[in-house]
Design a protein around this ligand. Structure first.
Ligand code: ADP
Ligand code: MG
Length: 609
């Protein structure tokens, strides 16, 4: 694919085609950072590590206005939003005589988020107040960050990320540019500011799409026919997409070309395979690799930060749309990944469950977002909602989903290769020893004692043998400087310095052996992990057969929307068959007794904290 952009500033070069989207959670932790919880301000200790959630309410659409749909959303403050389905726009009650006031769907509900944007919020306000600037700052420091938009189809996800559909040929001054374009501008502004520091930055980008559980590279059209594989990286300790193009971007325009190329190919794909643009998830990843010179001998410390911009597909309801055949498969796959995502969020937000098994492997989307959701990443969720009464249940689901995501706690750490950190510490040891040697050599005045022979290089560290040590002491005692000291005292001083030197040398050797042992240990653990993962995959494959049967059952017998629930098989015994169905914050347990051929049901309510 010729990825060149005829712009005045630069061209896009392909950098690599191996590990593109990946995480690196196994890398060592050098420092941790707070969350975006407070967005533009200083971190508040209570919110450290939590996923940051903002909500954007779009204006009523033309169609909604034409059919006199009324607004059921009130934005109470910068952080609070209220659903008032009980009141009509004209102030009259929406509850008719036949409806009970206890009707759940018509009850007013309020939610608090990190920020709430009403119908009038502009794209630039979104950029300023949603916390994206902080996400960029953290990516530049080496954190793995994610901005993801969630909401029903037509709620404004793509609008918030990339702008309205007619913004195909971006006018650089358009007010309509979404968060991605604005984030690119902000990133290159920050890079320019840092251009005089010791740190050098390399920017790379990739753009992929998940459609029908298949990963398509939006920068490589051939993958429309042959999708890419998601694999587990032993080295990085996370999932990545094999053979995904990662393009090096030297200039702002290069990054913009990646965005344009991906958006264009997404459209090309959608013509060839029906209009699925809102039925696929897209992930645009900007890698920010920084290199800092850590010592004068050319030791560099590299950090690998990244920003994932995720545009999730809108949820589809198979029952409502009467989907069949291919459309049904599409809808089920969209729902599957959203359902798995919802389930992962639900597990992660529950302190009792977050340390248990989180089923990231159940969908491509959750595999690729695992690091952002609960690993070492920093995540900003932009929940998009429609204000219209006709979308009441979807809006309520989105707000509940978002409220749950707010409870997830991440452990943001800078991605840094542990070997680089170890080498750096060993280098420091070596430098300390070299200084020690120089000091000793000065004391004994080697130049005199070896009859004006050339002084040995101080950069080579070699252990002095006991005989050499005696010689050194002897030589030192004959020099005028040390000779001024009483013999006993000078001897003791030199002994202590040599002992110190020996200890440092030993410590250095120990560190090297420790490093070797660590590497061997790491390899053994990785191998063991791979075996376990294989076993888990086998188990999950068996489980998914059960899951499919249950899915058919739920689809046929339960009147719930797929996008808000998840069927979790619990156990399969001879005498009974049990599974849980999570819908919003209601957990329903179904038990099937084959002997009696009947199902029993018990309901548990989870209280959102
Ligand atoms: P989604 O990606 O969630 O399916 P879109 O972003 O495509 O939805 O939005 C659907 C339509 O609504 C588009 O025409 C978009 O331009 C418009 N829209 C969405 N959000 C806003 C907003 N905040 N202001 C103006 N128009 C919006
Ligand atoms: Mg969209």
């Amino acid at each position: 694919m010729g990825l060149t952009r005829n712009s005045k500033q630069g061209s896009v070069r392909r950098a690599s085609s191996s590990e593109g989207f990946g995480s690196a959670s196994s890398y060592s932790n050098t420092s941790s950072f707070g969350s975006l919880a407070d967005l533009g301000n200083d971190n508040s200790p209570d919110d450290l590590g939590n996923i940051s959630v903002v909500v954007r309410v779009r204006p009523l659409s033309e169609r909604e206005i034409q059919r006199n749909d009324d607004t059921i959303i009130q934005v109470l403050s910068h952080e609070q939003i209220m659903m008032r389905p009980d009141v009509r726009a004209n102030g009259q009650s929406a509850i008719t005589g036949s409806q009970s006031t206890f009707n759940q769907t018509l009850t007013a509900k309020s939610f608090t988020f990190n920020a709430v944007f009403d119908q009038t919020a502009t794209q630039s306000e979104m950029m300023e107040k949603s916390g994206v600037a902080k996400i960029i700052a953290m990516a530049m420091e080496g954190y793995s960050t994610t901005v993801f938009c969630y909401g029903q189809t037509g709620s404004g996800k793509t609008h918030s990320l990339t702008g309205p559909p007619h913004l195909d040929q971006p006018d650089p001054f358009s007010e309509e540019h979404g968060l991605i374009y604005r984030a690119f501008v902000h990133l290159f502004d920050r890079l320019k500011e840092k251009s005089k520091s010791d740190c050098t930055y390399i920017i790379k980008a990739s753009f992929l799409e998940i459609y029908n559980e298949k990963v398509i590279d939006l920068l490589n059209l051939s993958t429309f026919k042959k999708p890419l594989q998601v694999r587990w990286s032993r080295v990085a300790g996370g999932f990545y997409v094999e053979n995904l193009f990662t393009v090096e971007c030297e200039e702002f325009d290069d990054l913009l070309a990646v965005l344009e190329e991906g958006m264009k190919n997404r459209a090309v794909g959608s013509h060839g395979m029906n209009d699925y643009s809102s039925r696929s998830h897209t992930i645009l990843t900007v890698h920010v690799i920084s290199e800092l010179q850590a010592s004068e001998e050319g030791v560099y410390l590299s950090r690998h930060g990244k920003i994932n911009f995720v545009d999730l597909a809108g949820s589809e309801m198979t029952k409502k749309t009467n989907s069949q055949g291919k459309t049904l498969e599409e809808a089920n796959n969209i729902n599957k990944s959203l359902m798995v995502l919802g389930y992962c969020i639900s597990q992660l937000s529950d302190p009792r469950k977050r340390n248990g098994h989180i089923p990231y492997r159940d969908s491509k989307l959750t595999q690729l977002l695992s690091d952002s959701l609960a690993g070492n990443g920093v995540t900003l969720m932009v929940a998009c909602v429609s204000p219209a009464r006709s979308n009441l249940s979807e809006t309520l689901n989105t707000l509940r989903y978002a409220a749950r995501a707010k409870h997830i706690r991440n452990k943001p750490v800078v991605v840094m290769d542990p070997r680089e950190a170890l080498i750096l510490s060993l280098k420091r040891e070596v430098m300390a020893l070299q200084e020690e040697n120089v000091h000793l050599r000065n004391l004994v005045d080697m130049e005199k004692s070896v009859n004006n022979q050339q002084r040995p290089s101080t950069s080579v560290i070699r252990s002095a043998t006991p005989a050499e040590e005696d010689l050194l002491i002897g030589a030192a005692l004959t020099t005028p400087r040390l000779g001024d000291l009483p013999t006993q005292e000078a001897q003791e001083l030199l002994h202590s310095l040599l002992q110190e030197n020996r200890a440092l040398r030993k410590e250095n050797t120990d560190l090297y052996s420790l490093r070797e042992a660590l590497l061997r240990q790491q390899e053994a653990v990785t191998k063991q992990n791979e075996r376990l993962i294989k076993q888990i995959e086998d188990c999950l494959n068996n489980l998914s057969c059960v899951f499919t049967d249950l899915g058919v059952f739920v689809d046929n017998f339960c009147s719930y929307d797929w996008n808000i629930g998840r069927v979790q098989p619990v156990s399969k015994f001879e005498s009974q068959f049990q599974f849980n169905l999570f819908l919003g914050n209601i957990g329903t347990e179904y038990t099937y007794n084959p002997r009696a051929s009947n199902w029993t049901r018990s309901v548990q309510q989870y209280i959102d904290k």
